[in-house]
Design a protein around this ligand. Sequence first.
Ligand SMILES: C[S@@+](CC[C@H](N)C(=O)[O-])C[C@H]1O[C@@H](n2cnc3c(N)ncnc32)[C@H](O)[C@@H]1O
Length: 324
Amino acid sequence: MKYLKKENTLEKRIRLDQKVIHAIESIALKKGESFSLAINKILEEYIKEKKIFCSFDKFYSEHPNLKFDLDNKIKVFENDFITVDLTQWKGKINVIVTSPPYNVGLDYNSHNDSNSYEDYLEFSKKWLTKAYDLLAEDGRMWLNIPLDKNKNGLKSVYADIVTIAKEVGFKYQSTIIWNEQNISRRTAWGSWLSASAPYVIAPVETIILLYKHQWKRKNKGTSTVEKEQFIEWTNGVWTFNGENRKKIGHPAPFPVELPRRCIKLFSFIEDIVLDPFLGSGSTLIAALEEGRQGIGIEIDSSYVELAIKRIKEYSGKQMKLQIQ
Ligand SMILES: C[S@@+](CC[C@H](N)C(=O)[O-])C[C@H]1O[C@@H](n2cnc3c(N)ncnc32)[C@H](O)[C@@H]1O
């Protein structure tokens, strides 16, 4: 046991057990701060709120769980995006690139992907509200979601999410149709060769582009997009293959090509890119590749490990290339 004295405050002594000491030490180490600075910050916050007999476990459960930090540029947190405390980035995120769960019954380990549609829309509103809060005034968000869904009743997912995003405060900019050439989706015909009740299915996904207040960036920065890419990608129909789930080891990865295009086309070098639903880490690989800062949040520990492994593999390859 260790006792920490803090003079001239209502709080004179706080008893810390080994687990808490270890947690504070590792946070201090990751932040490059001393143990006493970290503990003083915690004390100040609690004393300000007059929570004299505070629970340190509670404090840490409310704070981000940083699992990986590459040169203070690429960070991976294992946590629930809805509840994790990201106040230090409030109003600072330049670009969000993400693909939230689609609620189509995938086996995501920790996340239940078979909620009622109403619960799904409520969840969407919560995370969109938080994303909006984190964005800078001229921040943008790229959102990869399906056009619609036909499992357990047809639903206009795209239209509903755009409506909620606008309710939350987002402004609409445009939509890209991503043709991932997945013809296996073209199987449900409804009433075959009959006008009775046929189904029409578009085997595409959408990438919605939204922004916070102002579309034009306030300050100029350095772009990395090339001329041919700019011409090709500003045409809103993108055609490239989806990612192989088995190869990646995640139920719904998008190919790195998707965040790469979004990041190159709509952000400057050193911008902060956030993916609130990191999955296998594709967005952070693209951010690293393009010299942006990246923050990823993922609720499931096995996907966090997978994302970290993929980012490390990518940064290892990059280092080898630099040495050659
Ligand atoms: C569609 S996948 C994202 C895939 C990712 N784009 C990739 O390339 O691998 C959605 C991810 O969100 C995660 N997730 C679900 N609910 C979450 C939450 N509340 N907070 C953080 N992550 C969550 C799931 O575990 C899943 O890995």
